[in-house]
Design a protein around this ligand. Sequence first.
Ligand code: GDP
Ligand code: MG
Length: 437
Amino acid sequence: QLQNSFQKVFKDLRGQGKISESNIQEALREVRVALLDADVNIKVVRQFIAQVKEKAMGQDVLQSLTPGQQFIKIVDEELTALMGQTHTKLHLSNTPPTVVMMCGLQGSGKTTTAGKLAASYKKQGRKVMLAGADIYRPAAVEQIRTVAEQVGVDVYAPGTHMSPVDICNEAKRLAEGRQVDLLILDTAGRLHIDDELMQELVQIKESATPDEILFVADAMTGQEAVNVASSFDERLSLSGVILTKMDSDARGGAALSIRAVLGKPIKYIGSGEKLDALEPFHPDRVASRILGMGDMLSLIEKAEGVYDEKSAKQLEQKIRSNEFTLDDFKDQLMQIKKMGSLGSLVKMIPGMGSKMGDMDVDDSQYKPVVAIIDSMTGKERKKPEIINASRRRRIAKGSGRTVQEVNRLLKQFQDMRKMMKQFTGSGAKGKGGKKQQ
Ligand code: GDP
Ligand code: MG
């Protein structure tokens, strides 16, 4: 939903030739509504909008040839910053075992995530041990044992007769003796914040001195997760957050808010019930996902890496004034070949994936296209409109391709030209320039 709203905002913006103060206001208003709809904390939204606004009002953006793209880039960068810039790993202690304490409400996914972390670190060759300190439900003891067995790691879950603090201390003692690298303490949760539980967690913290205290938050609880996380943070001083159930449709709101309000990094996200469904949290990737713009930024980066700025400007100028020719098209193909297939590239452009479906040009189609263009005269390449039936036949013969292939290429070229005009917002101006068609 958040994704859709953003896509709408950006589509509207792309339709505009230039960004002005008034349509930035409009776009910002829509971004604001989209964020609030996604249950992002109001304070976070305000701060976010203010930052984007300040950047978007800059002269560079207002005068840019592609203000819509610039705006998207700013929103993306600010979202990334809001969520913490780079991925933060678990802090592994110099003197093993590293002790990780899981905490959070009941059903948030602590036990499952403990198992996922165990699996992930075991895969990296670490010796991992789980401790079951949820003594309030016999089923919880059974669950952590099953998880440990599934992952294939040691578990200390003596049952309901020992206190959680004693269990954690004993687990740590055992882990030291067994040269365990990573000990994960799985604690109990409650349905709501509860002082008794908090006291127990504080005691565990004080006696087992964990290196990491991770708050496990269910992404589906949205903004409420922020309040809960704040309460836990006040008492326990969290070192990080893990967002679970990111595979549900609720995405964005919680991630944005928790990081921004607590200032504590989101270290991992859970993306399924299976024990391998744990991913490192990459703010930049999640920002793009929220924006629904695929890998927009990597597209921009790729493009920036391959083109020098001058030829990019020239190209933009050509598109604007409707002078984009088949020679340029071929140049583009060469550039694109350097970057990977056009198909994958096009999918990275926001909103373009679907529109461009039938003009996908993959690497195997690249050679025939170049052959066809090479068989055209210079005049034909500059003014494809003059390529009539007999010219098409000649070009087909010369390139060893069929007339249908020539037709398809010319159609693709026209479509691409149309789309580029639209994308750079030069539609209105272009018509006043040279007459085409
Ligand atoms: P705990 O009470 O905090 O220990 O929560 P559990 O680990 O027992 O998980 C509660 C429920 O959430 C279980 O049914 C899990 O399978 C499910 N769950 C946990 N993490 C995820 C996740 O990332 N995605 C999905 N879809 N379900 C999850
Ligand atoms: Mg549990």
